[in-house]
Design a protein around this ligand. Sequence first.
Ligand SMILES: *Cc1c(COP(=O)(O)O)cnc(C)c1O
Length: 227
Amino acid sequence: MTTIAVKLQAVRERIAAAALACARDPASVHLLAVSKTWPAASVLAAAACGQRAFGESYVQEGIDKIAELATMPGIEWHFIGPLQSNKTRPVAENFAWVHSIDRLKIAERLSAQRPQGLPPLSVCIQVNVSGEASKSGVAPAEAAELAHRVTALPRLRLRGLMAIPAPADDFAAQRAPFRELRELFERLRGEGLPLDTLSMGMSDDLEAAIAEGSTLVRVGTAIFGQR
Ligand SMILES: *Cc1c(COP(=O)(O)O)cnc(C)c1O
C-alpha cells in the first residue's frame, strides 16, 4: 500500500512537471486535497506533509471533520460539492471557500450567514462548460451576470470560476472544456472583476487543466486512494 505521503509527493511532482511543460511557475498552481469520504486521520497524514487546503463535498461529513480537527492550526477548508439552500449556514460558518456557487440565492444566503468575526467567504462560480459531468453549474452565457451580482455581496469575495468536465481520455479532449472556462475567466477579468482563481483539474486531468491555466487543482483519488 502506497502511503499518503508518497502519493502526495507524486501529485506535487505531476503538478510541477505540468507547469514547467508550459513554462509556468509551479508555485502558481495550488493543490486542494479532496478528502471527502476519508477520515480525519487521512487529513492529518496529509497535513503532516505540509498540505494545508482540503476539499469536502458533503455538508455534514465536512462539518464533522472540521470539528474533529478544530485544534489543528492552519488547515483551510473548501466546500466543493452541490449546495442546497437549507444547508448554507453551516457552510458559511465553517468553511473558508465555496467552489460551487451556481445561483444567486445560494450566494445571497452565504453572504447573509457569514459570521462577522470571520473574513469574507472566498467563492468560485461553478460553470457548466461543454461536457460537464454533473448537471450543476451555471450556463456559460449566464456566468457573467451571476459573477457581477456575487461581487456586489458584502460578505463574499469572488475569486474565480470552477468546472468539472466529464472524463475524457485524450489530452486534446480534456483541454477543450478547460479552455472554454479559461476564456470565460479572461473575459470577466477584462470586464474588471479581480479574479485570481481558475479551479479546474482533478486526479485524471490535472495536466490538461494546468496547460489551460488552472491555478488550483482539486485532487482526491491520486492522494488518498480510490473512494
Ligand atoms: C471528488 C471531487 C474531486 C476529486 O476528484 P478525484 O478524481 O478523486 O481527484 C474534485 N472536484 C470535485 C468537485 C469533486 O467532487
